[in-house]
Write a protein of this length. Structure first.
Length: 499
């Protein structure tokens, strides 16, 4: 907050007329500007209530902006601001008459910044307001990307989400006000972790609702945080309960994850990343390339380490990625690039930047990236280099692993463990699970349920063979130490330890 105050003050002292502030709470920006510019007129605008005064110095200006004289200079009947300047274009036209040193905070600025005529009206204000030492401050969402026609004339600032210290001070204040002992130690740390990534207002609401005579309801607090995070378009928080104990085999990648990711505060998970990027072919809008550019920059600037998992569909890549967060008790934030795409110009770029800003705040700068893909051939070299913690190849489970996987899912679906089983050789773990689920739903033996499953090794043998050959010697084996080595016609049975 102090950084934003300093930046706005510097902009005003330098005569910057057009300012945009990325924020999760436009009301907080308005209050900040009002407190910062105490001696000068401060007004506020929104598309429902029009231009209104925020302090006594601005009351006469409010009246002048909402009630201009007729063309002959005669006074007009006084109008309510909601009728006079709620329309963005009318408001922008009126603001050309701002007085010296006046400031107008415009909430919900994307409402008019998507319109070319309104952007022209914003640009028209630039020179007039600069001469007057006046300015408009436009509140925009986190990650907002200004269009090229005004980006060079608008100073874009960012209101950072609350720090741990600010959240802890707020938690103590609310608990004291509720007559409860102040949270300390582990309780305070867990509560702060639960609120990191939220703006102050929703954080205050979440902690207030989660209080009881016995203290803080941590489970409820985490669930409210998940819902608040998922308000960011294109981001969800995993609620799956998979643990490493639910994954049979793949001991090498599990052992590595338990050690390499122990300092993480959150996992950024991108499933099937090859579908979220594009080398240029077929991406006429440039949105895919923008996503790739932001991903590369965020991983580099924030020094996010990461691992990539490659292998056939259903081989366990996704479940293993989700298990990492559950193992450490930290959130796994799944990025859905398709959901980030918007129909309005600039929406997609804004959504992409917003999810990364939220991820940074939630992880307090200690995010780890895990991406899965069904093939690495289409990934650009610069992206492959970002996965500094290695690329792991998930081959189809061997027969010993498939037996353990079968035992696991037979138990989970409460099936008869003594019944005759189909040959699962060449199946993926997901296909074994599907077979057990079908057997439970249809109340039929596994042998019959297996007739409704066509394993990927049968439907796409050439694809798997190609992927194995391409990966041999290039990627780390998810199952055993060292590089993955593919041997044609090698036996499928390999003894593995049960952990």
């Amino acid at each position: 907050m102090s950084k934003l105050i300093s930046q706005i003050k510097k902009c005003r002292n330098s005569g910057v007329p057009l300012i945009a502030v990325e924020t999760a709470d436009p009301a907080e920006v308005a209050a900040l500007v009002k407190d910062l510019v105490k001696e000068d007129p401060v007004l506020i605008w929104d598309c429902v209530r029009g231009i209104r005064a925020m302090n006594p110095q601005a009351e006469s200006i409010e009246d002048a902006l909402n009630n201009p004289p007729d063309p002959d200079g005669n006074p007009m009947p006084k109008r309510d601001p909601a009728l006079a300047t709620a329309n963005p274009m009318e408001a922008l036209r009126a603001l050309i008459n701002l007085t010296e040193k006046a400031t107008c905070v415009m909430q919900g600025a994307p409402i008019f910044l998507t319109d070319a005529a309104c952007r022209q009206a914003v640009w028209n204000l630039r020179d007039t307001l600069k001469v007057l030492g006046a300015c408009i401050v436009m509140a925009v969402p986190l990650g907002y990307k200004l269009t090229n026609d005004i980006a060079g004339d608008v100073m874009l600032l960012t209101q950072e989400l609350p720090t741990r210290e600010e959240l802890q001070a707020m938690i103590s204040q609310i608990m004291t006000g509720a007559g409860l002992p102040a949270a300390t130690g582990t309780v305070m740390e867990r509560a702060t972790d639960s609120l990191s990534g939220l703006a102050m207002f929703p954080a205050e609401s979440a902690i207030s609702i989660s209080l009881s005579k016995s203290g803080i309801d941590m489970d409820g607090l985490w669930e409210r945080k998940r819902r608040a995070i998922e308000a960011t378009k294109g981001m969800s928080v995993s609620r799956s309960g998979e643990s490493f104990d639910d994954i049979m085999g793949y001991t090498n990648v599990k052992d590595f994850m338990k050690k390499a990711y122990r300092k993480a505060r959150a996992i950024i998970f991108i499933d099937e990343i090859e579908k979220s990027i594009d080398s240029g072919q077929g991406d006429l809008t440039g949105i895919n390339r923008d996503f790739l550019s932001v991903l590369l920059r965020e991983m580099e600037d924030n020094k996010y380490p990461g691992s990539s998992f490659v292998g056939p569909p259903g081989s366990g890549k996704t479940v293993c990625a989700r298990a990492v967060g559950n193992h450490f008790g930290i959130p796994t934030m799944a990025f859905d690039f398709g959901a980030m795409k918007g129909g309005i110009v600039g929406d997609s770029e804004t959504n992409v930047r917003s999810v990364f800003q939220t991820a940074k705040a939630v992880s307090q700068g200690q995010a780890y990236v895990i991406a899965t893909c069904n093939g690495m051939a289409t990934l650009p070299p610069e992206l492959k280099r970002r996965f500094k913690l290695g690329t792991f190849f998930f081959d189809l489970p061997n027969d010993d692993e498939l037996e353990m996987i079968g035992n696991l899912w037979i138990k989970k679906y409460d099936l008869n463990p003594k019944q005759k089983r189909p040959s699962f050789s060449g199946w993926t773990g997901a296909e074994v699970r599907n077979c057990c689920e079908i057997a439970q739903l249809m109340e039929v033996p596994l042998i019959e349920a297996a007739t409704f499953v066509v394993p990927v090794s049968q439907s796409s043998p050439e694809q798997i063979e190609k992927l194995r050959r391409e990966s041999s010697g290039k990627y780390i084996s998810a199952s055993y130490p060292g590089a993955y080595q593919y041997k044609v016609n090698a036996p499928t049975v390999r003894k593995v330890s049960v952990n």
